[in-house]
Design a protein. Structure first.
Length: 148
């Protein structure tokens, strides 16, 4: 079975990785980490900050390498962890991930969800909700926030 974990720099992404590792640990499932390169959105103190995407590809590669090591360290047994950077600065990460899933015969996705408040979600959309509605495979959503 092939499992994908969508990762970025937020703590919910780390939680998704931890849950995916627990799910595949002790199996011969293959775990792939995907970093969708897109404009970063920070949600702090009731505000939204969109940051530029300079060096996003390099940051994504470094993040995936670090998270691959985290996944290996979290596992109690040997697991297969692959890392891929998908898309580019102008691509839609959901579309890129869906295309990757189809091309690689992926069976399941794990993603983290920040649970933004409703006004910010209306403004910026919800990656998790869009993945759930468009994904051809089951999506496991993890969050450390409470939903409003």
């Amino acid at each position: 079975m092939k499992i994908v974990v969508c990762v970025n720099e937020n703590k919910e992404s780390q939680l998704a990785l931890e849950n995916a590792v627990e799910f595949v640990d002790g199996t011969d499932f293959e775990l792939t980490l995907l970093h969708g390169i897109n404009q970063k959105v920070n949600h702090e103190n009731n505000g939204i900050i969109q940051e530029s995407n300079e060096n996003a590809h390099e940051k994504g590669e470094k993040l995936v390498e670090n998270l691959k090591q985290d996944a290996i360290n979290l596992a109690k047994s040997d697991i297969i962890v692959n890392g891929d950077i998908i898309g580019n600065e102008d691509s839609d990460p959901v579309h890129s991930i869906i295309e990757y899933i189809k091309s690689e015969d992926i069976d399941q996705i794990f993603i983290g969800h920040r649970a933004m408040d409703k006004k910010h979600e209306k403004l910026y959309g919800s990656f998790a909700k869009e993945m759930i509605s468009k994904s051809p495979v089951p999506v496991v959503v993890t969050t450390s926030n409470s939903l409003d």
